[in-house]
Design a protein around this ligand. Structure first.
Ligand code: SIN
Length: 277
């Protein structure tokens, strides 16, 4: 069956048909998906039957996998992070964020598979950092040029939410020590397409290094509001068997927290990227 890409919005997102993600991906397919990811930024696949081991195998075709320091790991594949509302408080994903920007080489992307879904709700939104950057005025683009911002693990993972037992507290302390705040450019260049994307996110970005505190706060508040405009985004209503594959270098995303007390379980494989420039 031929692989087809159907755009979802002008700015971001495409549904991909004609691929069984559980089958080993050959070099041509990996190349095609890399190009599609750089173009559409988030790809959606329907009717997949992806075990944690097969999900790890598919994601690993795109790079080394990240093991999250806080979230639980799947017993069959430690690189698969389990987002289970019965096991863990997931409010931290109900904020516009880009995954794991608190490390020097933030992820290239992530593969998210729906394992158990609520009857209603639990949608995920993605927004395009390319579209957000393109829509800025030339004057503001010039101002942002060369600015860097700090990204801090503790902004989304504060001790008060992740340190309830002595073991949790120790793990949190060790993770904080291993992950001091890092700086990334406020606007990054996509290494494959060369497009420029806004690269701050409300989840982890704390301040712009080159500005006084008040100016940094005001500019970040504007950029956070600007980058999540509906015009730059796509909203995905999950069905059983759905998989999303997003480019973490050019997007932010938001997991809508509107379904409790229903349970929602997702499996994520996170692919490491390179140093933003
Ligand atoms: C995430 O933020 O990586 C998870 C998104 C989701 O659960 O929909």
């Amino acid at each position: 069956m031929a692989v087809e890409f159907t755009r979802l919005t002008p700015a971001i997102g495409a549904v991909v048909s004609g691929i069984d993600l559980a089958r080993p991906a050959d070099g041509d397919l990996v190349h095609a998906l890399r190009q599609a990811l750089a173009l559409h930024q988030v790809l959606f696949f329907r009717n997949q039957a992806l075990s944690p081991v097969a999900q790890r195998q598919f994601a690993a075709r795109f790079g080394d996998l990240h093991v999250h320091p806080i979230y639980p790991q799947h017993p069959e594949a430690r690189e698969i992070m389990v987002l289970d509302t019965n096991a863990f408080d997931l409010k931290d994903n109900a904020i516009w964020h880009t995954d794991v920007t608190f490390i020097d080489t933030p992820p290239l992307g992530a593969v998210l598979a729906a394992y158990q879904l609520p009857a209603q709700g639990g949608d995920t939104l993605w927004a395009s950092g390319f579209a957000a950057y393109d829509a800025l005025s030339a004057r503001l683009k010039t101002l942002l040029e060369g600015l860097t911002a700090q990204h801090d693990f503790t902004k989304t993972f504060p001790l008060k939410r992740y340190g309830t037992t002595p073991e949790d507290r120790q793990r949190w302390e060790e993770t904080r020590k291993a992950n001091p705040p890092v700086s990334h450019p406020v606007v990054r260049t996509h290494p494959e397409s060369g497009r420029r994307a806004l690269f701050v996110n409300e989840g982890f970005t704390t301040e712009i290094n080159e500005l006084p505190e008040e100016e940094s706060r005001a500019l970040l508040a504007f950029l956070f509001a600007h980058q999540s405009r509906p015009e730059f985004s796509v909203r995905w209503r999950w069905q059983p068997g759905d998989v999303a594959f997003w480019d973490n270098r050019s997007t932010i995303h938001y997991a809508v927290d509107d379904y409790r007390p229903q349970r929602r379980v997702m499996h994520r494989a996170t692919i490491l990227g390179d140093r933003p420039f």
